[in-house]
Design a protein around this ligand. Structure first.
Ligand code: FMN
Length: 178
């Protein structure tokens, strides 16, 4: 694959969101390796609750769907809210339902990297497990390594996680080279 398109999806509506910054870092690593990238975060995923019989999507939802249609790989990131992924991120993932009728259904045949952040290890890890479950349901192929980040830890948790973010992106790119 010459120049794969890697789409990162998630984070929060705060520009300083650790999760959003971790996703941006993943994309920077992917770009270094020659990928083209798109980050869907904040307003780009701030949709009304998904409804099965909603009208044909337009605006941000249509852009979200078209971006995912052109993706070769996805990286999903969520903060841990009360032990699991945030409503914002889950709702965005629910909108992947709009890809149900595509030739490539949902995230079928795509590698999916994952990042979970939380104020403690327990929620970081339970959020990671929940993300994996959702990605499996969407037919994605989670990378062996998912990166759990404890934002309550001493030091610079994002910098400390950098080698893991790099390894996870390398696993995504390895899958695309098969
Ligand atoms: C509504 C809400 C619920 C949260 N629940 C938990 C939790 O159950 N466990 C935990 O460790 N941190 C919890 N946190 C803290 C966030 O997971 C943590 O600050 C995370 O790193 C935020 O990521 P962000 O910088 O991308 O916003 C919660 C934060 C909010 C706003």
């Amino acid at each position: 694959m010459s120049k794969p398109h890697i789409v990162a999806l998630g984070g929060t509506s705060r520009p300083e969101s650790t999760t959003g910054r971790a996703l941006a870092r993943c994309l920077a690593i992917a770009e270094e390796a020659g990928a083209r990238t798109t980050l869907l975060t904040g307003e780009a995923i701030n949709f009304p609750p998904y409804e099965l019989c909603a009208p044909v999507p337009d605006g941000n939802i249509a852009r979200f769907v078209e971006t995912l249609r052109s993706a070769d790989a996805v990286i999903v990131g969520s903060p841990g809210y009360h032990g699991t992924l945030s409503g914002l991120v889950k709702n965005a993932l629910d909108h992947v339902e709009l890809l149900r009728g595509d030739d490539r259904v949902y995230f079928d045949r795509m590698p999916v990297g994952m990042v979970a952040t939380a104020g403690g290890w327990q929620a970081a890890v339970s959020t990671m497990a929940a993300l994996r479950t959702v990605i499996h349901a969407l037919r994605g192929w989670p990378t062996p390594l998912g990166v759990a980040i404890n934002t309550g830890a001493d030091g610079d948790p994002l910098a400390d996680a950098d080698p893991q973010l790099r390894l996870m992106v390398e696993q995504v790119l390895w899958f695309l080279d098969r």
